[in-house]
Design a protein around this ligand. Structure first.
Ligand code: CMC
Length: 374
């Protein structure tokens, strides 16, 4: 048998085909550059694009939004479950378990046909923000806010957290971040979802696994570390420069920088940066933005390393006064569109994903009777 090619971390390996997204020549979803989508579309339109392959007409968007809005509720036993969770349960862990639990209440759960998967994907798109907002209220001992059917994905989420109507500027900023988070080819969580789906498992299992993969700080968990870094950096650009040089000398990782694929910069971070600064200006303090700029300058000069999307996203959500443990769940309430599109694509043309490992263990040896083992 020939030795298979090996690339640690599967770096550079083509592990499948997709028509959903490419990172070549700037990130695009189904042929549309993300910058154009962020400028001209709502997140709801982009979620439709990912699930159905084309941007919606006005009539299709209205019907899609009505179906999703009608599914914005959790089965009461899952709400009781959220209320019963220990206080220290993180919102992302609660979400992962609720998504698994939602399978038990979905009559299509084990139907892997294309149409059933699209129906389930629309319901998960609706239920994930509700699960995050309900857990947020219940963990504070307050009654969850009823979802609104007249609001978009982003506006309803902000309304459920705050019980007041968000401003159009906040809705646009959150929408842009969700558009940029919605899909990213074979990232770790999406690949995990495709591996699970490839066994002919089901969408809820794949999304549950994907949320587990998203949690880690090398992936979605990075956006919850950004404010800690900016705070640790000392609060002024001068202090931050010294802090980041010290952190690099100690070989620490600066969360929100670097990317497996984008070595010359992440276009998503460039797009979201102005929204983070505008939100900081609206909140009355740009100190963290100036500190972030100083860290960016040192990272570029010292390591030739650039921000990824989590860097401005963490700052934007902070300026919007959202609590830090919500940041990775917000990533999930967007990426559910991409995960679902990939599971559907995988199951529409399935082949089991089962790579090989390069064996590094001992040579074949005899089994000694237990009394002879040292
Ligand atoms: N800060 C400081 N040094 C870094 C960083 C960083 N953020 N990222 C990589 N390096 C260094 C790393 O220490 C290594 O140095 P050396 O060669 O001296 O040992 C070198 O760069 C290569 O690192 P690597 O881990 O082999 O590179 P990778 O392509 O596997 O890493 C990454 C990609 C995203 C895991 C990494 O850049 C990282 O840990 N970044 C911080 C976490 C982060 O922001 N994750 C979000 C990723 S993008 C959006 C998302 O998925 O949420």
């Amino acid at each position: 048998m020939t030795t298979p090619a090996y690339s640690p971390g599967l770096e550079g390996v083509i592990a499948g085909e997709t028509a959903i997204c490419t990172v070549e020549g700037g990130l695009s979803y189904r042929g549309y550059f993300v910058g154009d989508l962020a400028e001209h579309c709502s997140f709801d339109e982009v979620a439709y694009l990912l699930l159905y392959g084309e941007l919606p007409t006005a009539a299709r968007l209205t019907a899609f939004q009505a179906r999703v809005a009608a599914a914005r509720r959790l089965p009461p036993p899952l709400r009781d479950f959220l209320a019963a969770l220990p206080k220290w349960t993180t919102p992302l862990d609660a979400l992962r378990t609720v998504v698994s639990g939602l399978a038990h209440f979905d009559q299509d759960a084990s139907d892997n046909s294309h149409d059933a998967n699209v129906r389930k994907a629309e319901r998960l798109l609706a239920q994930i923000p509700v699960a995050v907002a309900d857990h947020y209220s219940l963990s504070r001992g307050t009654t969850p806010t009823l979802a609104r059917q007249d609001l978009s994905h982003s506006a309803n989420f902000l309304y459920m957290l705050r019980r007041t109507d968000p401003s159009p500027e906040e809705v646009k900023a959150l929408d842009v971040s969700l558009i940029l988070y919605a899909e990213h080819e074979f990232n770790a969580s999406t690949f995990a979802a495709r591996v699970i789906a490839s066994t002919l498992s089901d969408l809820h299992s794949a999304v549950t696994g994907a949320i587990g993969a998203l949690k880690g700080p090398l992936h979605g968990g990075a956006n919850e570390k950004v404010v800690d870094i900016l705070t640790a950096a000392g609060g002024t650009p001068e202090a931050a420069e010294g802090w980041v040089r010290g952190a690099l000398a100690r070989k620490e990782r600066i969360m929100g920088f670097g990317h497996r694929v984008y070595k010359a910069g992440d276009v998503r971070a460039d797009i979201l940066k102005s929204y983070a600064r505008k939100a900081a200006e609206a909140a009355g303090s740009v100190a963290l933005e100036d500190t972030a700029d100083a860290i960016e300058r040192v990272m570029a000069a010292e390591k030739n390393m650039h921000p990824n999307l989590d860097w401005p996203a963490g700052r934007l959500y902070h300026a919007m006064k959202l609590e830090i443990p919500l940041y990775t769940p917000i990533f999930a309430m967007s990426r559910i569109a991409g995960w679902s599109a990939h599971v559907i694509e995988q199951l529409d043309n399935n082949r089991l994903i089962r790579p090989r490992a390069l064996y590094k263990g001992p040579d074949r040896r005899p089994v000694k009777p237990i009394g002879e083992r040292g």
